[in-house]
Ligand binder design. Structure first.
Ligand SMILES: C[S@@+](CC[C@H](N)C(=O)[O-])C[C@H]1O[C@@H](n2cnc3c(N)ncnc32)[C@H](O)[C@@H]1O
Length: 241
């Protein structure tokens, strides 16, 4: 029998949110300001933030005046995000491998929220769902780690103490994936999880996007929207139509 997918468990734990609690809202907000202004998105734009996690980008985009829907597989994150709902801000549990019930003017896939699946066909299915869920001339914004820089600077072992939990982290790149093995002792138990993200560099991601009929309009290397450099950029940010 197939075990539950790693992302279904790990992202739904409180430990995941503890480990990443220093995740920077200021960065998220800077990026959202820059990208909406670069794309000249009118305030009438309906944006889908997929997957939205606890809604940090979605809530901010809504505060800028946009109508926003956030979808995520993690029920706990959606439950949290729902506290911020209003007439123009909605959250729902959604598996991005499933087609949407609605169409959107823009779809944002932010902060390395892609490439979790073994089979390329699942990644391509997600891109197809996004393409079919976009209104005419809609933008797809994709924000991923810069795999080439990660490979050049791989931190193989790291210890992070957050909220009195000692997280032992090991990283490796093999079989086309970047693995992050996370183990820690908490609540009287030893835990271990592995995050697994496909090694998606610009050529590979371009081939995925082109397969479903997306055309790349811009490539940026960070949240200030500077040019992308495969060796030095922090992020791989793609705008496609
Ligand atoms: C790295 S987090 C980023 C979340 C959010 N974009 C942010 O920046 O805070 C990745 C998110 O993907 C969600 N996720 C994983 N697999 C998913 C799937 N098949 N469908 C929808 N969401 C998924 C996880 O629950 C998690 O919230």
């Amino acid at each position: 029998m197939k075990t539950k997918d790693w992302f279904t468990d790990w992202f739904n734990t409180s430990y995941y949110h503890i480990l990443y609690k220093d995740r920077n809202d200021a960065d998220a907000q800077l990026f959202m300001r820059n990208i909406t202004s670069f794309l000249s998105l009118p305030k009438t734009t309906h944006i889908l933030d997929l997957p939205c996690g606890k809604g940090r980008h979605a809530v901010f985009l809504n505060s800028l005046g946009y109508k926003v829907t956030g979808g995520d597989l993690a029920e706990n994150s959606i439950k949290y995000a729902k506290k911020f709902e209003n007439e123009n801000l909605n959250f729902e549990v959604h598996d991005m491998r499933k087609p949407f019930n609605n169409t959107y003017d823009s779809v944002f896939n932010l902060f390395t929220s892609f490439g979790y699946f073994e089979d390329d066909a699942e990644d391509i299915l997600i891109l197809e769902n996004i393409k079919n869920g976009l209104n005419k001339d809609g933008f797809f914004v994709f924000d991923f780690l810069n795999a080439e820089k990660v490979k050049l600077n791989l931190v193989k072992e790291e210890v992070k103490v957050v909220d009195n939990i000692t997280f032992n982290i090991k990283r490796e790149i093999k079989n086309g994936f970047i693995f992050k093995h996370i183990s820690f002792f908490a609540d009287d138990k030893q835990h271990s999880y592995t995050e697994q993200v496909k090694y998606l560099d610009l050529p590979k991601m371009t081939s995925f996007l082109e397969k479903v009929g997306f055309k790349i309009e811009n490539v940026f290397g960070n949240y200030s929207l500077d040019n992308y450099n495969p060796k030095t950029s922090d992020r791989l940010i793609i705008v496609a139509k």
